[in-house]
Design a protein around this ligand. Sequence first.
Ligand SMILES: NC(=O)c1ccc[n+]([C@@H]2O[C@H](COP(=O)([O-])OP(=O)(O)OC[C@H]3O[C@@H](n4cnc5c(N)ncnc54)[C@H](OP(=O)(O)O)[C@@H]3O)[C@@H](O)[C@H]2O)c1
Length: 267
Amino acid sequence: MKKYKLGFIGLGKMGYAILKGVVSNKVYNEEDICFFDINVDNTNNIRKEYKIDLLKDEIDVLKNSEKVILAIKPQSFNDFLAKAKSNKYDCVIISIAAGIRIEKIKAALGDLKYIRLMPNTPMMIGYGTVGITKSDNVDDKTYEDVKKMFESISKLVDVSEDEIDIVVSASGSMPAYLYTFAKAFIEEAVNKGLSEEKAKALVCESIIGSCHMITDSNKDIDTLIKDVCSPKGTTLAGLNVLKENDFEEIIKKCFDACYDRSIELGK
Ligand SMILES: NC(=O)c1ccc[n+]([C@@H]2O[C@H](COP(=O)([O-])OP(=O)(O)OC[C@H]3O[C@@H](n4cnc5c(N)ncnc54)[C@H](OP(=O)(O)O)[C@@H]3O)[C@@H](O)[C@H]2O)c1
């Protein structure tokens, strides 16, 4: 029997978001979780906040955990896999890395059960979104167990491994794009004289409400846009500026750059 139900290799920004989500939603108790992170500052911060065991290295985590979340940057994978490769393991591997395909990890860690998912940081407050896929040898129970772990803190969407690179743009990195959009609106509202507190409340609640209209109203997005616009009105004045400046094209270029980088990182 393994000592830990869940192990983390790397506990930076995204690993922390998952840890916070699973602990605060009582998916696992702290004593069931272990980790290893090469970054000393990160390690100290985690240990100040959580009573989870720090193990001596990546191999120790792989050997002692039922499920291991690989939450290191794609650029750190080659070193990690080279170090881990000459041992035998029998854990379930959950990789959250952009670009790194299951085949690449399997070539080093062996014929284990592999689950690849693309989360996003709102998971730390229970509002994550996850695209998830698995290797062919993952049985239904294992897959359901892993899904359950993430279900309480995120919405899951089943995807193929080829689609994961699209998920990176569509949801993994989305918070940063949306924060940028919200920041510009908030800053301009403050420039015009609103307090930051009021600006934040108005902009953010409008974004949340508008997203619910997209998912819950049964109207297509073009109709929803029309519903906000009166002829020659205020909304159209703003939308015309977006159109004149190729807003949609810029967003698509942003999507593509993120997608291309995900593919590049996997090479
Ligand atoms: N951040 C997001 O919003 C997001 C969203 C979706 C998916 N992801 C994926 O999540 C993964 C982690 O991203 P992140 O933003 O959380 O990165 P991060 O903040 O840099 O965290 C990674 C941590 O792992 C450490 N590390 C590196 N090599 C290690 C090793 N061999 N063993 C143990 N620890 C090691 C790093 O230390 P050093 O700092 O010293 O290198 C760092 O503390 C990436 O693969 C990324 O593609 C991230």
